[in-house]
Design a binder for this molecule. Structure first.
Ligand SMILES: [Zn+2]
Length: 284
């Protein structure tokens, strides 16, 4: 089937669905314009590229900085341009328009808070891998997250020529006095706070409550970085639940793994923003 016909079928599925489950990965934010390499990276990180030889934002975020002052200078910039310092993108807002009239839920591995910024109900978002704007004890000595939006803005204003922030702006754990980390799942110290567990439970409830209803699983930009969180379960659930359909939109790697679900699948290999634009136009 051509993409044009697939988009028409998807439009019908959206209209007929009782509820919509969105599963979103990195490809969605890339399509929204939040690219981690190329011009956007080179423009914003000129001095960092000169000092450290960074090649893109994502790999740079794994760099082993020599001091907390250097580390937070980088992360302040990184978090500011990808979250704290930006508004909702058009693409995320357009997706909300598509699902707003329905019962919906969002599970995402994205940590840039775009769903929340775009106006999705925070109670209906499960961001499994953390958030750029939240920080935690680096050793996870206690189970709490702290909103660092204001600290990040303060850091941004105080990055010096050596690409360091002043020592007094380095955040310290209020319990053990040790270093703080951005709340991103990258090691065994990732903190899942009460809110995380609450959303995890709501996700499970959404799946259970709607298992006999007409559910559209809308999978956007999910690749093979952590397929066990969204991609594989989405296929599995489509297989298991008679009235569920899955539409996967991604620029690459759209093929399904689970067999015998072809009649319940719409795979669209294209740029997400392009597809959503067409859907929106057709819906009017
Ligand atoms: Zn601590």
């Amino acid at each position: 089937m051509e993409n044009k016909n697939k988009i028409l079928s998807l439009k019908q599925l959206i209209q007929n669905a009782d509820c919509i489950l969105i599963g979103a990965g990195a490809g969605l934010s890339t399509s929204a314009g939040l690219e981690y390499s190329g011009e956007r990276f080179e423009k914003n990180f000129v001095e960092f590229i000169k000092k450290y030889g960074f090649e893109d934002m994502y790999t740079a975020s794994f760099y082993d900085f020599k001091s907390q002052e250097e580390k937070w200078a980088f992360f302040a910039k990184y978090i500011y341009i990808n979250d704290v310092g930006i508004e909702a993108t058009k693409l995320y807002k357009d997706i909300l328009k598509l699902v707003n009239e329905k019962e919906y839920f969002v599970i995402t591995t994205n940590v840039d808070d775009q769903f929340e910024k775009a106006g999705f109900n925070k109670e209906k978002i499960f961001a499994t891998q953390g958030s750029y704007k939240m920080i935690q004890c680096a050793k996870a000595c206690h189970n709490k997250l702290y909103d660092a939006s204001d600290i990040i803005k303060e850091m941004i204003k105080n990055i010096n020529q050596d690409l360091k922030i002043p020592k007094e702006l380095v955040p310290k754990c209020p319990v053990c006095g040790g270093n703080m980390e951005v709340n991103l799942r990258k090691d065994a110290y990732f903190v899942q706070d009460d809110y995380w567990y609450k959303q995890d439970k709501k996700y499970a409830e959404f799946l259970d409550k709607n298992k006999d209803k007409k559910v559209l699983l809308l999978e956007l930009g999910v690749g093979f970085n952590t397929p066990g969180i969204i991609r594989f379960p989405f296929e599995q659930m489509t297989y298991q639940n008679k009235n569920w359909n899955l539409s996967r939109i991604n620029k690459e790697n759209v093929s399904n793994w689970v067999l015998d679900i072809d009649d319940k699948l719409i795979l669209i290999k294209d740029d997400i923003e392009t597809v959503i634009d067409k859907l929106g136009y057709n819906l009017n």
